[in-house]
Design a protein around this ligand. Structure first.
Ligand code: SAH
Ligand code: SF4
Ligand code: F3S
Length: 459
């Protein structure tokens, strides 16, 4: 229980006034940071008397946890809010909107103006206040709005209703200081704040005690982890300390920024067994001109050097990246540099995006925006280059036996289970659902660009 007396009293009042079967449903947009915030919000709501439900039609409170990263992400939320207006006409329903969009004045004003059926608005930094906002709305019957510019330590004390019992996200830092010229995150999440290492270690020990085998450390740039009052304590120190925790099988992290990645961390990949052989290192673009314009503070040569180093230290490492096409002023030549880099690195997977101008960021003001058709054509060429590389790399694994953490039943075929290898490859195999949560040896017999298929090996 988090120890904020006033909130605890409010929780008590709310619980007394709610029906015993009051429920909530959360719709999450955006990144892992938001997914984990939703797990915390769900926990806070449950404390306040709203149990989670998977069926939005049954929920007394529907909450949209929003994302601003691209225009399309915002459009999805506006579409959903339009739908909810009809639901609200039919039954008693409280609608709350939070997350990155609500930290931006433009999007917040749009919701306030166009979607008057929204009852509660809060941001990314004041989840702990949600019970008092609900109470205020219930008492006054009026819409309630509360936004905090920067991270509040109260939010750090919240527990989470974790979606999986055997793997978990763990925040190690909040916010971002990098101001890449295209990106909205520093404006929606505020400045970088690192959690004290002891808090992280305590949380992970508790998770392991409750059966968690895998953790993913979350931060916008984990390589710049630097807790106040812990002079010189780095992200690599944290990884080494976490690797000592008995029973913790797998450590992952995201995201790391190439400008801050250290040789020590690459060595940790080689030396620490629980640190998974998977590196997500967003490159964004392969042209130095564009990288400078993006304010990324590295060049393609620096990035390639990191890749060479990590491959020589950990030959079986799987590499993933984020790439954006159609950044303002990107020429055909610049784009070719991206294709060239992609072929050089030989990624195992990638998140690919069309550049989307975000109001308030420097790149959005650049008059030389790239036409939509050109962006789309480059995007298609990029994926046409990437997918055969993914396929070739996945096919190299055929015949190998790999440890897979079983995550659940396949959505397409209920007789199949799905899980992830240490290298984060999605793997399907036949098996019973009582195997979920276990780490099992799977012999790979086929592969395509996006997943592996195999069979359980008898030990
Ligand atoms: N902190 C992470 C990225 C978080 S955002 C990092 O720096 O690696 C996730 C990805 O969204 C980014 O890596 C980038 O590729 C993409 N992205 C961010 N802003 C974007 C924009 N305006 N248009 C298109 N893609 C964007
Ligand atoms: Fe955005 Fe750059 Fe920060 Fe990542 S590092 S969140 S891309 S500003
Ligand atoms: Fe994540 Fe989207 Fe916010 S990517 S940090 S939820 S803008």
């Amino acid at each position: 229980m988090y120890s904020i007396n006033q909130e605890e009293q409010i929780i008590h009042i709310l619980k007394e006034s709610l029906a015993p079967d009051a429920s909530h449903h959360i719709m999450t947009y955006g990144c892992q940071m938001n997914e984990h915030d939703s797990e915390k919000i769900s926990w806070v709501l449950e404390q306040a008397g709203f149990k989670p439900t998977e069926d939005p039609d049954q929920a007394d409170l529907i909450l949209l946890n929003t994302c601003s990263i691209r225009h399309s992400a915002e459009d999805k939320v506006y579409g959903k809010l339009g739908e909810l207006k009809h639901q609200k006409r039919k039954r008693k329903l409280t609608i709350a909107v939070c997350g990155c969009m609500m930290q931006r004045k433009e999007s917040r004003d749009c919701v306030l103006k166009k979607f008057k059926h929204v009852d509660i608005i809060f941001g990314t930094n004041n989840i702990y206040k949600l019970p008092s906002l609900i109470l205020e709305h219930y008492e006054t019957g009026r819409p309630v709005l509360d936004i905090e510019e920067n991270f509040q330590t109260e939010d750090d004390a919240l527990l989470a209703n974790r979606y999986y019992p055997y793997k978990s996200f763990v925040n190690i830092m909040y916010g971002c200081n990098n101001f890449c010229s295209y990106c909205i995150v520093p404006y929606t999440r505020g400045r970088e704040v690192s959690r004290p290492s002891q808090d992280i270690l305590r949380e992970v020990k508790n998770l392991v005690k409750s059966g968690v085998a895998e953790i993913t450390l979350l931060g916008q740039n984990v390589n710049s982890y630097a807790p106040a009052l812990e002079d010189g304590y780095s992200f690599t120190n944290l990884i080494y300390d976490l690797a000592e925790i008995d029973g913790l099988k797998r450590i992952r992290f995201m995201t790391s920024h190439p400008k801050d990645i250290s040789k020590d961390l690459l060595i940790a990949f080689r030396d620490l067994d629980p640190l998974c052989n998977f590196l997500h290192l967003p490159v964004q673009a392969g042209s130095n001109f564009i990288l400078d314009k993006m304010n990324r503070h590295y060049h393609r040569e620096d990035y390639m050097r990191i890749i060479d180093q990590v491959k020589s230290l950990v030959p079986d490492i799987a590499l993933c990246t984020d790439i954006m096409v159609g950044f303002p002023e990107e020429s055909e030549r610049d784009f070719e540099d991206t294709l060239d880099l992609v072929r050089y690195v030989e990624y195992d997977s990638a998140f690919t995006f069309l550049y989307s101008p975000r109001e308030g960021t420097p790149a959005a003001k650049n008059p030389n925006q790239i036409p939509k058709e050109v962006k789309q054509a480059r995007f298609n060429r990029l994926t046409d280059t990437l997918y055969p590389i993914f396929e070739r790399k996945n096919k190299q694994l055929i015949g190998q036996t790999m440890d897979v953490l079983v995550e659940g039943v396949s959505k397409q075929d209920k007789t199949m289970l799905t899980g992830r290898t240490e290298s984060f490859k999605l793997t399907h195999f036949k098996g019973d659902k009582n195997l979920i949560g276990k780490i099992l040896p799977i012999r790979i017999h086929s592969a395509n660009s996006f997943n592996l298929e195999g069979e359980l090996v008898d030990k």
